[in-house]
Design a protein around this ligand. Structure first.
Ligand code: TXA
Ligand code: MG
Length: 339
């Protein structure tokens, strides 16, 4: 299959809408990461997403809408708490899970009785949904297990030959996937941290539990509330270890590495001259938004440069930092050393 590269023009957006309407797959930009979209109401089209990504069948998809009025038909009911969240943070990088209505195909919900819905803020994304005329199911547009793509080139690297088209809308603003919160439990529960922080959710909801899988590894035999959180994820090919320490201790630790040829540091801006390894940077130490914007690009760059072993400086877990740490922890296969 030849994969078209579409541009952010009226004509190409109409073309993307046409492909999606007839059951095809188009990778689309959003403010978080690129998504691999299909008509959410067409089970056969959605099934093709799983094939293109190599995604496990038990991992449900997020449904994207371009107007809040499109939400009601997708769910059984919209409680006041859900509407309050939507009013506060939609359109934006927040996904809300509620019990699903009958029009959601099983392929989208992967057998669960709930559906995840997101109203993206990026104008191009909303224009593509409007052009398709249907809500769009879209996971991140990476091959299953790889870091999510945050630009059209990374999307093409993973999806060339597997889907109908990629629409280039430039770099993603946030660079990590949306915050996922479920309101289908008794107490609202954060399943995946993102740019909308736990504090911001608590401001609206009052109560919020943080799922165990957010900051650690699920124990054997525990069922994942968000199936996507149980897989090794966001991984470059290298072995990544998070090193929780001061910069000085990090330097002493990496000093001791004997053969430094394929060993890299994943560090903060400005630390390249101090750390005695080849370095890839992922943002400013005191600014989690720069880190979220660059983390996945940095992980892909490590692969491109042939890194075999990576020692990563540990981000703060405050605010948006929780999302950065959550992704880095999965990229590291939960491997953390504390100095
Ligand atoms: O920012 C984003 O959310 C991006 C862009 C494209 O919108 N999408 C994205 O989708 O990250 P994906 O499929 O890579 O991640 C969706 C996560 C997975 O961890 C999945 O298990 C979880 O949301 N999820 C989806 N529906 C769910 C449901 N009904 N119940 C629990 N978890 C759900
Ligand atoms: Mg994903």
């Amino acid at each position: 299959m030849q994969t078209l590269l579409l541009q952010n023009t009226d004509q190409d957006i109409a073309c993307a809408g046409e492909i999606l309407r007839r059951g095809g797959l188009v990778a689309i930009p959003t403010e978080t990461v690129y998504g691999l979209a299909a008509n959410a109401l067409d089970g056969a089209a959605v099934a093709r997403i799983f094939v293109a990504k190599g995604r496990p069948q038990d991992n449900p998809l997020i449904v994207h809408i371009s107007d809040i009025s499109q939400w009601r038909p997708l769910v059984r009911d919209i409680p006041d708490s859900a509407m309050a969240l939507a009013k506060a943070y939609w359109p934006g990088p927040l996904t809300i899970i509620l019990p699903k209505s009958d029009i959601i195909p099983d392929e989208v919900s992967a057998g669960l009785d709930t559906v995840a819905v997101r109203f993206p803020s990026m104008r191009t994304t909303r224009r593509i949904i409007d052009a398709a005329g249907v809500p769009l199911a879209a996971p991140s547009a990476n091959l299953s297990g790889s870091p999510s793509p945050t630009c059209a080139r990374h999307t093409m690297d993973d999806m060339r030959g597997r889907i109908d088209a990629v629409l280039d809308g430039g770099d993603c603003n946030f660079g990590v996937e949306s915050t996922v919160v479920t309101l289908a439990t008794e107490v609202p529960r954060l399943l995946r941290p993102g740019a909308v922080t736990p504090e911001e959710l608590r401001d609206v909801l009052g109560r919020l539990e943080i799922d165990e899988a957010v900051m650690g590894k699920l124990k054997e035999g525990v069922k994942a509330a968000s199936p996507g959180m149980k897989y090794r994820h966001y991984s470059p090919k290298a072995e990544v270890t998070i090193v929780k320490s001061t910069l000085e201790a990090f330097c002493r630790f990496t000093e001791q590495v004997r053969d430094k040829s394929e060993v890299f540091a994943l560090c903060f801006d400005g630390e390249q001259n101090t750390i005695p390894l080849s370095c890839v940077t992922y943002g400013r130490e005191d600014d989690p938004l720069t880190q979220s914007h660059r983390l996945f690009t940095a992980l892909r760059e490590l692969d491109e440069r042939g890194a075999k072993t990576v020692y990563a400086r540990c981000p703060s877990t405050e605010g948006v930092g929780m999302a950065v740490y959550n992704r880095l922890l999965r990229a590291a296969g939960f491997h953390v050393v504390i100095l």
